[in-house]
Write a protein that binds this ligand. Structure first.
Ligand code: ATP
Length: 257
């Protein structure tokens, strides 16, 4: 099966800091790929470069078409959509208006498709339907994450890119968000998730990449990565040092919830 997104040898610098170095990855159509890695590994930088928000070297193809030289707007038109870590909602606007803004590029199309998509999104996120007239700024953290994902879906993306969807959410809500992510994949949406919460991401993903200090150090089927001893010790379990308690490992920053 040919890749929906194919990234070849991407490198990104912040001034003198080489934050992403020679990254190659693929997302297959209708699949979830994940890039996991600790704080500062370069996950956000990588997504921003894929979205065209940061200059980079290397190549990118979407459905076989070279998008390397395209700007952000062209990439959005081509079907890329990024749900940023900060979720970037319009707090002073209602849930419904935030959702309609997601379909902004189709604002002049008067065929009822935006309203139809809004109905579909509300069917998938019943809590957003209940709160459709509430200001986005008054939603809970989990509801905000759902609104950010729902708004992205209103753009009918070919590839939905999620930057740390679990960030700041309680474990129960993380499970809810990831269940939605899985249901989107089952409905045919292709997804790329970057996550520090390796356990949650590997549970929903088909394929995984491990990013460390800007480089991919491991990749494989998500189930294989979740069962890999080194990965368990580094990201999924604790410490790796004999005799180290989970608390000590957490203080040392070796665990990922
Ligand atoms: P986190 O999970 O903490 O968000 P991350 O894996 O997303 O981390 P990035 O935010 O991509 O990592 O950062 C990668 C590296 O690039 C870090 O060393 C960071 O300090 C550096 N960096 C990120 N943004 C900038 C910037 N605007 N200017 C300079 N350095 C930056």
């Amino acid at each position: 099966m040919s890749a929906l997104l194919e990234v070849t040898d991407i490198s990104v610098s912040h001034g003198k800091v080489l934050a992403v170095q020679g990254v190659c990855l693929q997302v297959k159509p209708g699949a979830i790929a994940t890039v996991i890695g600790p704080n500062g590994a370069g996950k956000t930088t990588l997504l921003n470069a894929l979205m065209g928000l940061l200059p980079c070297s290397g190549g990118m193809r979407l459905e076989g078409r070279d998008i390397t030289g395209d700007g952000v707007e062209e990439r959005v038109e081509q079907g890329l959509c990024l749900v940023a870590e900060k979720r970037e909602l319009f707090g002073e606007m209602s849930v419904a208006d935030n959702l309609l803004l997601g379909a902004y590029s189709r604002r002049r199309v008067r065929d009822g498709s935006r309203e139809e998509d809004l109905g579909d999104v509300y069917d998938r996120f019943p809590r957003l339907r209940e709160r459709r007239n509430q200001l986005a700024g008054t939603l809970s953290g989990g509801e905000r994450q759902m609104l950010a994902i729902a708004r992205a879906l209103m753009a009918r993306p070919k590839l939905l890119m999620l930057d740390e969807p679990s960030l700041g959410l309680a474990p129960l809500i993380v499970r809810e968000v990831f269940a939605i992510v899985r249901s989107l994949r089952d409905a045919g949406v292709s997804i790329l998730i970057v996550e520090q919460n390796a356990r949650a991401a590997l549970q929903v993903a088909d394929h995984g990449y491990v990013l460390e200090a800007g480089s991919i150090v491991m990749e494989g089927p998500a189930a294989d990565l979740a069962a890999d001893r080194r990965l368990i010790e580094t990201y999924l379990g604790f410490g790796g040092k004999p005799g180290e308690t989970p608390e000590a490992a957490a203080r040392a920053g070796t665990t990922v919830q």
